[in-house]
Design a protein around this ligand. Structure first.
Ligand SMILES: C[S@@+](CC[C@H](N)C(=O)[O-])C[C@H]1O[C@@H](n2cnc3c(N)ncnc32)[C@H](O)[C@@H]1O
Length: 314
């Protein structure tokens, strides 16, 4: 049975977003609706929660949420970019946008979906089961060099080349079909000490494949400016990341919006006239408390960043 989703950094995200009655909130990552519920309670009957998710399982959970929610609700089943473009084209203006990135507990714990190295299941990992690219295509179809690059760049895996070679050898005897088979190939490819240190030996490989299957970084790069553009003046954005590749992107985007004058320091007066578009809410990323990590170990790597929009881009 999939476990219920415990929203990560929920109190902190709500504090930074500061939802008020009557506001329009866009939750780009509805998942199990944990954050959406809190937003709905705050924006109330005159407010709206627009929920986005590309997973049809989230659409089912949204139906239950919509029945109970105290606010108006709406669901858009699409990937970020398509959903945010649709909302923009409709002329929607939002007061709040939330992105709680990565996969949900329901996705990891639904064994058949192949997100987890802990259960044997067909290699899949698609958040949207309607898309063509799956983990099976990558593991069996990408050449060894491309796999090595994938594990290095998106998994930050030290033994990337050895694992890619191991996969290429193993699949010469027949396709790798399940997560269990992939775990065995990875474990056999890494040096013995690495098998027992630094967490599960396949953790980083699974992360890399999942990010690639779902084009998570491409989606994030394209979605950040769309989400920002949707915000009205004084609107707030919050992003929760689960690894440094995501957090770096969110940070770079928000810090870029918060930058004012970009003239060379030796210029006596400003010639660029650039004014900050954003005010960062909090100087650094917010991490979960030890108490949250103790009750929900999956929250450990989470980092929350938020900003308020000061003005529209020129
Ligand atoms: C970490 S979970 C969100 C959990 C949610 N905040 C809650 O409280 O239950 C991320 C969700 O976002 C969805 N998701 C991730 N990337 C997406 C994208 N690019 N487009 C649409 N949905 C995405 C996933 O399908 C997943 O359901």
């Amino acid at each position: 049975m999939p476990s219920a989703h415990v929203p990560v950094l929920a109190g902190e995200a709500i504090d930074l977003l500061g939802p008020r009655p009557g506001e329009v909130a866009v939750d780009c990552t509805f998942g199990g609706g944990g954050h959406a519920r809190l937003l709905a309670d705050r924006v109330g009957p005159q407010g709206t929660v627009v929920a986005v998710d590309r997973d049809p399982a989230a659409a089912q959970r949204f139906a239950a949420f919509a029945q109970e929610a105290t606010s108006r609700t709406r669901f858009v089943r699409a990937a970020f970019v398509e959903a945010l473009e649709t909302l923009r084209d409709e002329g929607l203006r939002a007061d709040l946008v939330l992105m709680d990135l990565g996969m949900s507990s329901m996705q990891v714990d639904t064994r058949a979906r192949g997100f987890s190295y802990s259960y044997d299941a067909p290699l899949d990992m698609r958040m949207d089961p309607g898309q063509e690219l799956s983990a099976r295509t990558i593991v069996n179809g990408w050449d060894e060099r491309r796999l090595g690059r994938l594990f290095r760049e998106l998994g930050e895996e030290r033994h990337a080349a050895r694992i890619a070679r191991g996969i290429a050898r193993a699949r010469a005897a027949g396709e790798i079909e399940t997560t269990g088979e992939l775990v065995d190939v990875v474990a056999a490819a890494v040096p013995a000490p690495a098998r027992f240190a630094g967490g599960h030996p396949a953790k980083r490989v699974f992360q890399a494949i999942r990010i690639a299957v779902n084009d998570e970084l491409g989606q994030l790069d394209a979605a950040l400016p769309l989400a920002w553009a949707l915000l009205r003046e004084r609107g707030r954005f919050a992003g929760i990341s689960f690894h440094s590749l995501e957090d770096r992107r969110v940070k770079r985007f928000l810090v870029g919006r918060a930058r004012g004058c970009i003239c060379p320091p030796d210029l006596p007066v400003c010639a660029c006239g650039r004014e900050p578009e954003a005010e960062l809410l909090g100087r650094r990323a917010v991490a979960p408390t030890p108490g949250e990590i103790a009750s929900n170990p999956r929250a450990r790597p989470a980092r929350l960043r938020a900003a308020r929009k000061l003005r529209e881009a020129p």
